[in-house]
Write a protein that binds this ligand. Structure first.
Ligand code: ADP
Ligand code: MG
Length: 325
């Protein structure tokens, strides 16, 4: 009797596992990881293939490292465009730039996709920073107000000859949302999808919440595990892409647009909210704004929460995570 029960239980677990689908792969210069529940095996294979193709499409269109991407073309051509003769862009790029400009306004320029006008000369692999001369010459080209976007006509022109944009602070959150939209179309109601530090959890893990980890910024370990359902979670960290300069300074990839240098004071910021298109730019924003201004911003945005690990190793939480409701 006992044996039969155990066998039955085993059979059930095997069947249950067969309906979970998991895949980890590299794309968009990062590690992607997708897990979802779907009973129809053939549909699951199609859903996975569609998500993978969508990530590839987004990379081919918006990567600054691919010469033929729309973003690269815009960086080459928008500096020659004018108010009279603006450059036509895709509605999708128009939306990404529009959202970026919205967050520039909301954060008093902490989030600014023109950071790359100078920051494109950081070479993390070869441990090189832009020279002082470059910094002086290109700092004026870091200013989101120099991007002239017509979001209805889908045109743009750059009012500085050296202006250069990079969507690295927003594109992964957007990509994760696009992936989840595909999962929704397949009727998937339990899923977890992450691209580097940006993730979305859909529903729960069939009876338990998903656990989303916040890394210890200075060790290969999870510092905090958040049990979550139906949210987007984005983490920005100074440990994702960096080198240690001869001076001992950590030269990382989140740039203060005011100085053109890596932002100080925070080691990691995690933002929880409805979708990656907002949590991704907000994590970068709060990182640059610092603990005080950053928390004040998140506390006034309904539906968003933050966990900040400061450079002193202190963990700070937004009101939504601490105050009784
Ligand atoms: P991660 O890549 O660690 O997930 P983020 O979402 O914070 O973290 O993205 C960091 C990327 O954002 C950088 O690699 C760069 O492409 C871009 N970025 C850096 N500084 C800024 C800034 N001040 N405003 C907008 N984007 C930025
Ligand atoms: Mg971000």
């Amino acid at each position: 009797m006992r044996l039969i029960l155990m066998l039955l239980l085993l059979a059930f677990t095997a069947a249950a596992q067969a309906n979970w689908h998991s895949k980890t792969w590299d794309a968009m210069g990062t590690r992607l990881s997708l897990t979802f529940w779907l009973e129809d095996e053939a549909a699951a294979a199609r859903a996975l293939a569609e998500v993978m193709a969508e990530m590839e499409r987004i990379d081919q269109q918006f990567s600054p490292y691919i010469d033929t991407s729309e973003l690269s073309r815009v960086n080459r051509q928008a500096v020659h465009a004018t108010a009279e003769k603006p450059l036509a862009i895709s509605p999708e790029l128009s939306r990404l730039i529009d959202k970026s400009l919205y967050y520039s306004g909301l954060t008093q320029g902490a989030f600014d996709i023109t950071f790359a006008s100078l920051a494109r000369y950081y070479d993390y692999r070869n441990k090189l920073s832009p020279s002082e001369a470059q910094r002086e010459a290109l700092l004026p080209a870091i200013n989101y107000r120099l991007i002239h976007l017509d979001k209805n006509r889908h045109t743009v022109w750059f009012a500085h000859p050296q202006l250069y944009i990079d969507l690295g602070g927003i594109a992964k959150g957007y990509a994760v949302d696009q992936g989840v939209a595909i999962l929704h179309r397949y009727g998937i109601t339990h899923a977890s999808f992450s691209a580097g530090g940006d993730s979305r959890v859909v529903g729960d893990k069939r009876g338990r919440p998903w656990l989303v980890g916040i890394k210890n910024p200075r060790a290969d370990a999870v510092a905090i595990s958040l049990p979550l359902e139906n949210v987007a979670v984005s983490t920005s960290g100074d440990y994702e892409r960096y080198f240690i300069a001869d001076t001992g300074e950590r030269v990382h990839h989140i740039i203060n647009p005011g100085t053109g240098k890596p932002s100080k004071g925070i080691n990691s910021v995690t933002i929880i909210g409805p979708v990656g298109f907002d949590t991704d730019p907000l994590s970068t924003s709060v990182f640059v704004m610092g603990p005080e201004r950053g928390l004040a911003l998140i506390n006034q945005l309904p539906g968003f929460d933050a966990v900040i690990i400061t450079s002193q190793g202190k963990v700070l939480y937004s009101q939504g995570l601490t105050d009784p409701r």
